[in-house]
Each structure stands twice: as C-alpha cells, then as structure tokens.
Design a binder for this molecule. Structure first.
Ligand code: UPG
Length: 485
C-alpha cells in the first residue's frame, strides 16, 4: 500500500477563531458511527478553544466527517486508505455499520486497522504545524506506538462510561466470572458496594478461562497491556458517576478526564450553522412528531443504535409488544422489518433511514426512549431528560443498562433483555406501560430531568466540571494557559 495520503482541507478552510490557534492536535476516530460521532463532538470543543485539528480517516468515512463538522472549522481531514485485502471484509466496507454481520466480523475489521499504521506514520511525519497531542480511539491501539515513535502525547478516547470501565476492570482483576454461578445469577462486585453483575453481562472471552480467536486477539491488543498513553478521555460527566470516575483516577498514573456529555458540544457552537438548521426542511418524522404534539400524545422513541443485529422473530415481537401497549411510537429500524411499516400505520411511525437522533430526543413530544443502551444513546437520552427503557444487546451495553436502571435510576430494564435474551411481547408491553404511565415511570422521568440539568451544568462554559476538566487537560498538554473568559 502506497503512502497515498490525500491531505484535503479545501472546504475546511483556515478560518481560525480570533487570536489564532492555541495549538494543533491530531484526532483519529475509530470507523464506527458510535465512536466517530462523539469524537467529532470533542473536535468541536477543541475548535471552540482555538485548537486547530487534523482528523485522520479513510475515504469512505470522509463524507460523514465533513458533514458533521461546522463548515468554517479550522480542521483538515486526511484520508488514509483502508486495507482492501482482508478476506473476511467485503470490498468497500470501511465502517462497522456496513459490515454484513457486526457480531462475527467486528474483530477482523478492528484487527485490519493496524495495517493503516505505515500510512498514518508517513502522514504524521509530514504534519505541520507539529501536533501538541493526539486523541485516538482505544480500538486503534496501534496509534499508541505511532504517537510514542514521534514523541506526541496520546490520549485514549474511550467510548464507554466510567462505570463500565471500572466494573469491567474490577471483575477481571478479582476473577469474578470463573465461579460456579449460572450465567444469569447475580455476583457482587466487592470493590463497589451494592453493584452486582452477572456473567452474561460480559463478552464470552471475558468469562472463558482460556479464550482464543480473533475477538480475543483484538481484546489483548487493545486492552491487554498497560497503556503508555497520557490519559483517557471519557464521554461522561463527573456528577453522573462520581464513584466510578474517582475510582479510575485513583488507580494509577494515567488520569481519566470526564469531558462530556459530548453530545452537548453542538448546543453553543463555534459554527454559525444554526441558521441553516432552522431553514432546512423538516424530515417527515419531525413533522409527524409535531403532529403528535398537537394531538397531545407522548411518543416512545425506539432505536437500537447504528449496528445492532435483531432477528426477524424479535422484530415481530417488538411490533406486537408496541401494538399491545397502545403507545404512540417512532421506531428507527436499521435492517429488516419488511412489511411492518404498512401494518403499524396509525399506531406509530417506522423509519428506515439515518435520523438526527439528538433532534428527535430533544422534541417535546418524545416522552420515552426504548434503547439498546449504547453509551452515546444513554448520554443523549439523559441530556434530553428522556427516561429510558433499557434493552441491552451487545458489547458493554448490559453494564450501561445496569447503570441506567440500577445506579442512576433514569430508566427501567426490559425483562428478559440481554446479550442472548429474547424479549416477549408481554414483557415489552408491561415495560412500556410502566415507563409511559406508571409510578416507576414518573420516578425515572423526574430523575432523568434532574440529570439533564446537571449535564448542562457540567458543560457550562467557565464553571462546568467537564468544561474545566477539558481546559485543564489542554493546559497540561499545550502548556498554555487558557485566557480568563
Ligand atoms: O439513525 C441514526 C442512528 C444512530 N445515530 C447516532 O449514532 C450514535 C450511536 O451510538 P450508540 O448509541 O452508542 O450506539 P452504537 O452505534 O451501537 O455504539 C457502539 O459504540 C458505543 C460507544 O463506544 C458503545 O457504547 C456501544 O455499545 C456500541 O455498540 C448515537 O450518537 C446516535 O445518536 C443517529 O444519529 N441516527
């Protein structure tokens, strides 16, 4: 593979906010929407602090990145070719949501990214101005070596919560998953009083004494060795999970910087594209939500992230559960569900396109969120003050669901849901009714609204905990003091 680095920045012109850039940083998001989106929000926070950026990506991911950044951003996008000769990965697939099966192909995809390293390093070497620091996704473990080679401090971007990171470490460290308990039996996590997990909350590799295979190879490469990076950037806010954030920071030499919720970075932006947003035609589903507002209906938003795989049988059961609950719903389906759209007309709306999820959650008609508990969705639900029905499916989502339903109490767990679970229509119906109209629903709604206020406060310019943490981090890395604002 040649060093065919296409440095492109034509549109992302050199419009730098007053005073010129404080420093220059490199960002490298993992090629998955759930990882790229929050890193682009982080990009906005850097731009707002007058840090110019070089963002690395691959050709097929470039349009998404360009579209997500303000047009006037002081950001250059550098394309690096995605490896084409991976037998398991169909040609042209450069993002996990395009994989025919995330479950089986994810490790091959993630392992393949290491082949980008030579091109990445050639591009880094030629970068001017020289970067003060790099933020790259934890799934791109090999960027740590590149950063070290060039003496660039690297921050690991962690898409997960402080809770999931702490609990996973504690469970592994204390070898809690190798006991006699059944998959669904609760196990106390002794380091955190009151926290309980079960074996099925974790990936197979974590609960197998001698694991092997590509997923294990990936885990070992990405998380197997102690990190030599400068620290971790967490998409969370201290007030949401203080025990877990403090725990991680007490562990060792690296700091964990909670600088989120990153989805709030778009609220007061450096960019001036609010006008464009207002003038753009409303998509059909937002118009539909407007109608529901006039009809006085509270809508359940149903969405399972960018890559969940749901069987036709389970989709049908969801449809039945929603019908039986008599709730008004907006359901975003990524794959499958043929025929449901027509059948559900009048009861709810089904959308098969990419939507602006944050826009939907912020619509006043939306009163509940049935979610797979991807961490971005959790943060977005919390920021909108919308209580959740937690239905975890894969990755660290079962831990996020515990966070939502057991730690901060902003949602209700859907009975039977989990990594291998099948949810029956009756269980979904009950959960929906409880969330939208029950006593428990009222309680979690109140809590969600409280946390929404705290989230906004955390991101508040000047005094917010996350705002200050990010400033501190930038000061540490750039050795420049932020001007008193
Ligand atoms: O039509 C859509 C679909 C998704 N989204 C956005 O896409 C992101 C999806 O992220 P998330 O909710 O975290 O779900 P996943 O895509 O499943 O995220 C992966 O990455 C997360 C962060 O590491 C992990 O927490 C999850 O377990 C993992 O599956 C969110 O920002 C959504 O708002 C849209 O805007 N429109």
């Amino acid at each position: 593979m040649g060093t065919e680095v296409v440095a492109a920045a034509a549109t992302a012109a050199e419009v730098i906010p007053t005073g010129g850039p404080v420093c220059h940083a490199v960002l490298f998001p993992f090629m998955s929407k759930g990882h790229t989106i929050p890193m682009l929000h982080l990009a906005r926070l850097f731009l707002r602090r007058q840090i110019s950026l070089t963002i690395f990506t691959t050709p097929a991911n470039r349009p998404f990145i360009t579209a997500s950044l303000p047009a006037s951003a002081a950001a250059s996008i550098v394309e690096l070719p995605f490896p084409h000769d991976i037998p398991e990965i169909p040609a042209g697939v450069e993002s996990t949501d395009k994989l025919p099966s995330v479950d089986s192909l994810f490790p091959h995809f993630a392992l393949a990214t290491e082949r980008i390293r030579p091109d990445f390093e050639s591009a880094l070497e030629n970068l001017r101005p020289w970067p003060s620091f790099m933020v790259s996704d934890g799934f791109l473990w090999w960027t740590e070596d590149s950063a070290e080679k060039f003496g660039i401090p690297r921050l690991v971007f962690h898409g997960m919560s402080n809770h999931a990171a702490s609990v996973s470490r504690a469970v592994a460290g204390d070898r809690l998953l190798f006991g006699p308990e059944s998959d669904d039996e609760l196990i106390a996590v002794t380091r955190f009083p009151g926290v309980r997990v079960c074996k099925s909350d974790f990936e197979e590799t974590a609960r197998t004494p001698d694991p092997e295979g590509p997923f294990y190879d990936f885990v070992m490469k990405a998380f197997g060795a102690p990190s030599r990076s400068y620290g971790y950037v967490m998409n969370s806010f201290h007030e949401f999970e203080p025990v877990f954030a403090d725990h991680l920071n007490a562990l060792g030499k690296q700091k964990y910087y909670s600088v989120g919720p990153l989805c709030l970075a778009e609220v007061d932006d450096v960019c001036n594209d609010k006008k464009e947003v207002v003038l753009a035609a409303k998509p059909a589903w937002i118009q539909w939500l407007d109608e529901k507002l006039w009809e006085g209906k509270s809508v359940l938003y149903v969405a399972f992230g960018s890559q969940a795989e749901i069987s036709e049988e389970q989709l049908e059961e969801i449809a039945r559960g929603l019908e039986d609950s008599e709730v008004t719903f907006l359901w975003v389906i990524r794959k499958g569900g043929g025929g449901l759209e027509e059948r559900m007309k009048g009861r709810g709306m089904i959308v098969g396109e990419w939507v602006d999820q944050r826009g939907i959650l912020g619509h006043v008609s939306v009163g509940g969120f049935l979610s797979h508990c991807g961490w971005n969705s959790v943060m977005e639900g919390v920021c909108a003050g919308v209580p959740m029905l937690a239905w975890p499916m894969m990755a660290e989502q079962p831990l996020n669901a515990r966070m939502v339903a057991e730690e901060v109490n902003v949602g209700i767990r859907v009975e039977g849901s989990g990594r291998t679970g099948f949810v029956r229509r009756g269980a979904l119906e009950n959960a929906v009714r409880e969330l939208m109209a029950g006593e428990k629903g009222k309680e979690v709604r109140r809590n969600a609204k409280e946390y929404a206020k705290k989230a906004r406060k955390a991101m508040e310019e000047g005094n917010g905990s996350s705002w200050k943490t990010l400033n501190l981090l930038i000061d540490e890395l750039s050795n420049k003091k932020e001007d008193a604002r």
